[in-house]
Design a protein around this ligand. Structure first.
Ligand SMILES: *[C@@H]1O[C@H](CO)[C@@H](O)[C@H](O)[C@H]1NC(C)=O
Ligand SMILES: *[C@@H]1O[C@H](CO)[C@@H](O)[C@H](O)[C@H]1NC(C)=O
Ligand SMILES: *[C@@H]1O[C@H](CO)[C@@H](O)[C@H](O)[C@H]1NC(C)=O
Ligand SMILES: *[C@@H]1O[C@H](CO)[C@@H](O)[C@H](O)[C@H]1NC(C)=O
Ligand SMILES: *[C@@H]1O[C@H](CO)[C@@H](O)[C@H](O)[C@H]1NC(C)=O
Ligand SMILES: *[C@@H]1O[C@H](CO)[C@@H](O)[C@H](O)[C@H]1NC(C)=O
Ligand SMILES: *[C@@H]1O[C@H](CO)[C@@H](O)[C@H](O)[C@H]1NC(C)=O
Length: 512
């Protein structure tokens, strides 16, 4: 009798507990660190391991200091940026001594902190493992993985007899390597190899399931959107070396939009190099930016810490917008990051305007207040973006033009004297991967609209009372992945100018 009662109790209670674990609201404390990376002057020639280690230890000392601060504030996880341990702009030879052999965590159980000499030349892994263990924290960093290959057996094997991968490593609070991820979508990084495996890197923690991918990966289905859509992961770790590409792809703007559009948490850690437009880190949630940092100050690292609700499931929704109005012909065309957008101006203090491009139509009902001759326009573009990477996009954008000349619409500006006071913005996108963004001007720099000041649902971005700062852009930026499937990104020319992600094109002298 007792036994039956106990069994019933177990049967009754146990599923409830596990159910509570699966669906219950969990929270965690996240930390990201924007790191002003120390990088050596000459990154194009081979250096000794000692030289490489002295550079890396200089950066890792900052990681240690910041991890200890984050841990003392109760953080469960800390994220460091792409290229944060040695910087960017290397040649294959130049970065070789910075690489370490990283064993596959699925095959090898190795406590690098306890067993530092099991694999040769693994000082960085030893340090990171101890750092996670000493502070009982999940730690995510980006380092280089050197994997031997056999040129006879593997036709892809580089002539050097090894691969070099741009790699994220995740350590658990016991110092164990939980997962490693090789960046799939390299951006002008000739020092690194393209991996064959495009499977998402996903790991479980007591506070939720996370995926990790890097920088330019954000533009492509594999592995980024696959992790979110196919595997249903709602929390993303994003080490990046992101260079702003205004008016639609600055760091804080696009990363917050990615989180809002997919209903996910997104922990973005960027390097800090404002003189070359590498800056802007944040902890973004489905509702908006919980914490972010965007400063023009040089050599200014920054730790962000914030409490988040674990996201159990992303929200990926098609636009349900349909239009029963005729759209007039566009007033003019201008180039936005090299894409020819169709535009109409927003005239007067309020109104309703619309514009189409290749079957994407965008419509806005707006009120605004301006104290200058600012020109504000509504634009549409649906097609293949081809500048520095090929990817199909569908974009509805309200832009503040750089000057009063229409041909300046789409050019980079951080100045505006126009407040949006009401906005209902709709687009009939053909894909569900829509990232809504609001970027404001703050004394010549960038800012984001506070949580609650706007909402986004199914192709409609709405702000009932507008924003307290002047507007630079408000957009819905969508990716049409199927159109770009099979398009391989090829570096056309080593002299191309720099945009978006971590780059090799920067020559040493410009850092002096
Ligand atoms: C970890 O703790 C040990 C023991 O206190 C210390 O010797 C070591 O320097 C620490 N390592 C790191 C990376 O914090
Ligand atoms: C679109 O979907 C949202 C969310 O489901 C809903 O609130 C809204 O009424 C729908 N709009 C139209 C035009 O169907
Ligand atoms: C968007 O709306 C326009 C105007 O109603 C229509 O011609 C176009 O086919 C629609 N596009 C999509 C993708 O539904
Ligand atoms: C624009 O929005 C305002 C405020 O919600 C509303 O009163 C007005 O009817 C809308 N205009 C059109 C043409 O939909
Ligand atoms: C924009 O809003 C701010 C804050 O409410 C206000 O100080 C500023 O004067 C407004 N600017 C314009 C052009 O209305
Ligand atoms: C606007 O800019 C274009 C291109 O820079 C230039 O050719 C044109 O003359 C300008 N128009 C005016 C009115 O300044
Ligand atoms: C605006 O920026 C200027 C120059 O960067 C600075 O001197 C000034 O203090 C800033 N003003 C405010 C209100 O932040």
């Amino acid at each position: 009798m007792e036994c039956v009662a106990l069994l019933l109790l177990i049967l009754y209670v146990y599923p409830r507990i596990s159910q509570a674990e699966d669906t219950g609201a969990r929270t965690f404390r996240a930390a990201v660190y924007e790191h002003a990376v120390y990088l050596p002057l000459n990154r194009k020639v081979h250096v000794s391991r000692e030289t490489a280690l002295s550079v890396m230890m200089r950066n890792l000392r900052v990681y240690k200091e910041q991890t200890e601060i984050a841990a003392s504030q109760g953080a469960d996880i800390i994220v460091f940026p792409e290229d944060g341990v040695y910087g960017m702009g290397y040649s294959w030879d130049g970065i070789a001594s910075y690489m370490e052999y990283i064993p596959e965590p699925q095959e090898v159980t190795w406590d690098a902190c306890a067993e530092p000499f099991r694999f040769p030349n693994t000082e960085v892994q030893h340090f990171l493992s101890c750092l996670a263990k000493n502070n009982s924290i999940y730690l995510v960093a980006n380092i280089g993985d050197k994997q031997p290959c056999d040129r006879d057996a593997d036709p892809r094997c580089p002539k050097y007899g090894h691969y070099q991968f741009n790699t994220d490593v995740v350590y658990d609070p016991k110092g164990q390597l939980v997962t490693k991820y090789h960046k799939v979508n390299l951006f002008y990084e000739s020092q690194f190899s393209f991996p064959v495996n495009k499977t998402p890197a996903i790991f479980d923690t007591p506070f939720g399931t996370f995926a990790v991918f890097t920088c330019f990966d954000i533009m492509f289905y594999d592995p980024a959107m696959a992790a979110i859509e196919r595997y249903g992961v709602g929390n993303v770790i994003f080490p990046t070396a992101w260079m702003d590409a205004l008016p639609l792809l600055s760091s804080i703007q696009f990363h917050s939009a990615f989180a809002a559009g997919l209903g996910i948490n997104f922990l973005a850690a960027n390097i800090n190099f404002p003189s070359y437009n590498f800056h802007g880190s944040g902890i973004y949630t489905p509702d908006g930016a919980s914490k972010f940092y965007y400063s023009g100050a040089s050599n200014a690292g920054k730790l962000l810490v914030s409490d988040l609700k674990t996201v159990l499931k992303p929200t990926i929704t098609y636009s349900n917008v349909t239009f029963d109005v005729e759209f007039p012909s566009p007033a003019f065309t201008a180039s936005v990051f090299h894409d020819p957008f169709n535009f109409v101006p927003l005239l007067g203090q309020s109104g309703v305007v619309g514009v189409c491009h290749n079957d994407l139509c965008c419509k806005v009902n707006y009120s605004l207040s301006t104290m200058s001759d600012d020109v504000i326009v509504l634009g549409a573009f649906r097609g293949l973006h081809t500048y520095e990477g090929k990817y199909s996009i569908e974009v509805c954008a309200i832009l503040k033009c750089k000057t009063s000349n229409y041909s300046s619409c789409g050019e980079v500006t951080m100045e505006s004297n126009t407040n949006l006071t009401y906005l209902k913005f709709e687009g009939n996108f053909s894909v569900p991967y829509i990232f809504p963004e609001v970027l404001l001007s703050d004394n010549g720099s960038l800012n984001l609209a506070p949580i609650g000041s706007w909402s986004y649902v199914a192709g409609t971005l709405e702000s009932k009372h507008g924003f307290d700062l002047p507007v630079l852009s408000t957009a819905m930026f969508a990716r049409a992945y199927e159109n770009s499937a099979g398009v391989v990104f090829v570096c056309p020319c080593a002299l191309l100018v720099l945009v978006i992600c971590g780059i090799t094109i920067m020559q040493a002298p410009i850092f002096v």
